[in-house]
Ligand binder design. Structure first.
Ligand code: CAA
Length: 383
């Protein structure tokens, strides 16, 4: 097994690291506190090619691999988890499926500006009463003549308030025969299409700069050319997309955990108790060791999943394992980081309380930890 990165991968990681450290990290606390959308950082991420990293250059992307994407995601998220998920949704949940399943026209007209970061995309799967059990969605699209009419609502849509396009999943066939499967279809819906409205942004525990909202579709008219991946194939489009998306969230969790570990190491060397820096107490050393070891294990799982994606082999269980372990690690690492910081860790003066709040969502979005366990178990038990 070769753990060596290529020169290009190292360059991407270092570029992301420098950009995140100098241009994002100094603003992260303010973005969290104000809850503002980091527009100027998104523009710079676009200039660096970070909004369509794995999309070929002919479609506005940077033409890189999934491992480079995972490394850049970790770096950006270590500075600001909100910026990380904005980037992740645009890359994994919008650009990837439009590239993989879209028509030549969709790639030219929609993917190209989104991958270049001139426009923003989002992913509309979750509904008020359908999260983990995604097939039970009620949003539906009915065809009359050449036109589809879309009705329903999607919620927790990250990037929703600012997105120019939503990839929406809807039921398009509800057979009455017992046992027959409901069929879903994915549609590209431009913001501003008549019948498309938004609620104000959601209020959340963390990732305050990454805005999400509910989007409503009321008699939204769509042509056949809005379909991504074939009528009736939408659920598979959604699931295959999430296989890639979960690598992005795993990498976001790595970034959050790494940031929490780094400030904990620095603090442990400075803070004294019982006459010595607390880093000399074994209780603190053991916590730091566990944090570092779990973070490393999470990174290896994430890189394995990314490498499998690059090889074009099915990686559903590997992505689920990476996301499960990295997200639970991020929460545990941030928890210990607060413990090491004591009372200061609980105060907004130090960044670890932000890391703790930001980490928590990684165990929920793009499939809860319980859903990841279901995906892993299905792979173990199949056949
Ligand atoms: N790739 C391709 N096809 C797949 C697939 C994959 N990874 N996983 C399943 N499929 C196919 C199956 O083969 C099956 O095909 P057939 O109908 O031809 O047999 C079909 O999809 C249905 O599969 P299942 O029977 O396994 O589906 P299920 O109803 O049991 O659901 C589930 C499986 C894993 C629980 C799924 O519902 C799931 O992943 N739920 C979680 C949803 C989720 O992650 N939501 C997050 C929303 S996005 C978000 O959070 C964005 C954000 O803002 C950051």
């Amino acid at each position: 097994m070769d753990f060596e990165l290529t020169e290009e991968q190292r360059l991407i990681r270092d570029t992301a690291h420098d950009f995140a450290r100098t241009e994002i990290a100094p603003k992260a606390a303010e973005i969290d506190k104000s809850g503002r959308w980091p527009a100027e950082i998104i523009s710079k991420m676009a200039e660096l090619g970070f909004l369509g990293m794995a999309i070929p250059e002919e479609y506005g992307g940077a033409g890189l691999d999934a491992l480079s994407y995972a490394m850049a995601m970790e770096e950006i998220s270590a500075a600001c988890a909100s910026c990380g998920v904005i980037m992740s949704v645009n890359n994994s949940l919008f650009c990837d499926p439009v590239y993989k399943f879209g028509t030549a026209e969709q790639k030219k007209d929609v993917l190209t500006p989104v991958a270049a970061g001139k426009k923003i995309g989002c992913f509309g799967l979750t509904e008020p009463m359908s999260g983990s059990d995604a097939q039970t969605m009620v949003t539906e699209a009915k065809k009359t003549g050449d036109t589809w009419t879309l009705n329903g609502a999607k919620n927790w849509i990250t990037n929703g308030p600012h997105a120019d396009y939503v990839l929406v999943f809807a039921v398009t066939e509800r057979p009455s025969a017992p046992g027959a499967k409901v069929r879903h279809t994915a549609f590209l819906v431009p913001k501003g299409t008549p019948g498309f409205t938004l609620n104000p942004a959601d209020h959340k525990l963390g990732i305050h700069g990454a805005h999400s909202c509910t989007i409503f579709f009321e008699n939204v008219k769509l042509p056949d050319s809005a379909i991504v991946g074939g009528a009736g194939d939408g659920f598979k489009v959604a699931m295959a997309t999430l296989d890639g998306g979960r690598i992005g969230i795993a990498a976001q969790a790595l970034g959050i955990a790494r940031a929490a570990l780094e400030v904990s190491v620095a603090y442990a060397k400075e803070r004294k108790s019982f006459g010595v820096p607390i880093s000399q107490h074994q209780a603190i050393q053991f916590m730091l060791s566990d944090m570092a070891t779990e973070l490393d294990a999470a990174r290896l799982l994430t890189w394995r999943a990314a490498t499998m994606k690059d090889k074009g082999v099915r990686h559903s269980a590997e992505s689920a394992a990476a996301k499960l372990y990295a997200s639970e690690t991020a929460t545990k690492v941030a928890h210990r980081a607060i413990q090491i910081h004591g009372g200061y860790g609980y105060s907004t003066e130090y960044p670890v309380e932000r890391h703790y709040r930001d980490a928590r969502i990684t165990e929920i979005y793009e499939g809860t930890s319980e859903i990841q366990r279901i995906v892993i178990a299905a792979s173990l038990l199949k056949g």
